[in-house]
Design a binder for this molecule. Structure first.
Ligand SMILES: [Zn+2]
Length: 310
């Protein structure tokens, strides 16, 4: 049972938007590629364990002392916790004497060291809340095009050819859970941090980002606009104007959480809707208008209020 679902990491959401609206450096493109790969691998593993009767918590960011640590997948079984780090590396690697490198000799960050740290931090955190529960930690290499040469078998390392039997083992573990297990899961979810200060993003600002609406299917900027809908000239995808405008408002709010949503701003951001009145009408339907005249702006309709203007 997925007690905490995985969502697209904020860093990935932002990088995806920026990739269409500014020129990313090679390093940033690589960062986006790696994030996509990593997320794809995690989803692939999620699908394998979706039917587990135990409690699955995805994507946790926790803190112990002054240290933040991230957990891809945590599973609470009847008698133990599994801590799983999914890796999507591709190619041939070797791992010996604590050195993780490609077969051509280029040394990489040791994923086992990271896992061990995470294991120890989780143990400390559970101790702090008086939970004494055995934890087992595993590295799961999910990409079928990955090989790792090991001097001897390491039971914590699950290679692509072993993933199937590893998952089978997970399904065979006792999942009989009590309130106590659910309380532990709820505690970990309550401790989850939503803001990750370690996220590194390219520098961007409103003025230099490319304006215009992008197709939800293929990201093209090329549309024909009719009274009710936008049609992508590249892939033919159709979207109601109102839905497309709101999607772009959300995009702006993700990029600039503190930005004030105004008719002019959205008019400028969407670019291809040539009527400010039309934009305003859409915003009035979805948000609450604050202030007057040129100082007015829109805020989320959290309290379910309505606009009395117009
Ligand atoms: Zn398209």
């Amino acid at each position: 049972m997925f007690k905490k679902e995985r969502s697209v990491p904020a860093e990935l959401v932002i990088l995806r938007i920026l990739a269409h609206r500014m020129k990313l450096s090679e390093k940033e493109k690589q960062q986006l590629f790696n994030k996509e790969k990593g997320y794809e691998g995690e989803l692939k593993f999620d699908n394998l364990i979706r039917e587990l009767g135990s409690l699955v918590l995805n994507d946790l960011l926790l803190e112990v002392g002054d240290t933040l640590f991230q957990i891809d997948t945590l599973i609470i079984f009847h008698g133990r916790i599994y801590l799983i780090d999914v890796k999507t590396y591709e190619g041939e690697y070797c791992y010996e004497d604590g050195i993780f490198k490609t077969v051509t000799g280029s040394e990489k960050k040791d994923p086992m060291l990271q896992l061990k740290r995470c294991h120890s931090e989780l143990r400390q955190l559970l101790q702090k809340y008086n939970y004494k529960f055995p934890i087992e930690a595993y590295l799961v290499f999910i990409n079928p095009n990955f090989t790792l040469f090991l001097p001897s078998q390491n039971p914590q390392i699950i290679l692509p050819t072993q993933v199937k039997s590893f998952v089978k083992k997970l399904y065979s573990l006792p999942a009989k859970l009590s309130d106590w297990h659910h309380k532990l899961a709820d505690l970990l979810i309550s401790l989850h941090k939503t803001e990750n200060p370690y996220v590194r993003l390219p520098k961007y600002e409103y003025d230099t980002l490319k304006k215009g609406m992008t197709c939800a299917a293929c990201h093209s900027f090329n549309f024909s606009v009719s009274r009710t809908k936008l049609t992508c000239k590249n892939c033919g995808f159709e979207e109601r104007v109102e839905v497309a405008v709101m999607r772009h408002v959300e995009e702006l709010k993700i990029l600039f959480p503190d930005i004030k949503i105004t008719t002019n701003l959205i008019f400028n951001w969407c670019k291809i809707i040539r009527s400010k009145k039309r934009i305003r009408k859409i915003l009035l339907k979805k948000f609450i208008l604050k202030g007057h005249g040129k100082y007015s702006y829109f805020v989320d309709n959290a309290l379910g209020g309505t606009n009395h203007q117009e």
